[in-house]
Design a protein around this ligand. Structure first.
Ligand code: ZN
Length: 120
């Protein structure tokens, strides 16, 4: 079990396993948030509390809801607007630093080509 928590502790997110890979995306929203994403099925991720503790930002295409803690402002996770999509993102920056240190970072060119690359 791996926990991600916002700074004030209002939002807890629990993953079953530590992410082996995290995504560093340079799209217009991710580069501003400075988030690193671990993707998983919403069925395997527990968000506590699930409602009310976060504000939501839905960007232009209205595909994804970005959640941030109402109290401390940390960007915690995103979920698909279409709930049949079996994928969500959790901000690895909210996990213990050693979890990020152990993960491989994938650079996603979400701003342009949607190609991926690794540092090495
Ligand atoms: Zn908070």
């Amino acid at each position: 079990m791996i926990e991600a928590t916002c700074h004030c502790g209002a939002v807890h997110i629990t993953l079953e396993t530590a992410p082996a890979e995290v995504t560093d995306c340079n799209c217009s929203i991710c580069r501003r948030y400075g988030a690193l994403w671990a993707y998983d099925s919403p069925r395997r991720v527990q968000v506590t509390p699930p409602e009310g503790a976060t504000d939501i930002y839905v960007r232009g295409e209205r595909l994804i809801e970005f959640h941030r803690c109402k109290t401390c402002g940390c960007v915690t996770h995103w979920t698909a607007v279409d709930t049949s999509i079996d994928r969500m993102g959790v901000n690895v920056r909210l996990m213990p630093p050693e979890v990020l240190a152990a993960a491989r970072v994938k650079h996603l060119d979400g701003a342009d080509t949607w190609t991926e690359r690794y540092d090495s």
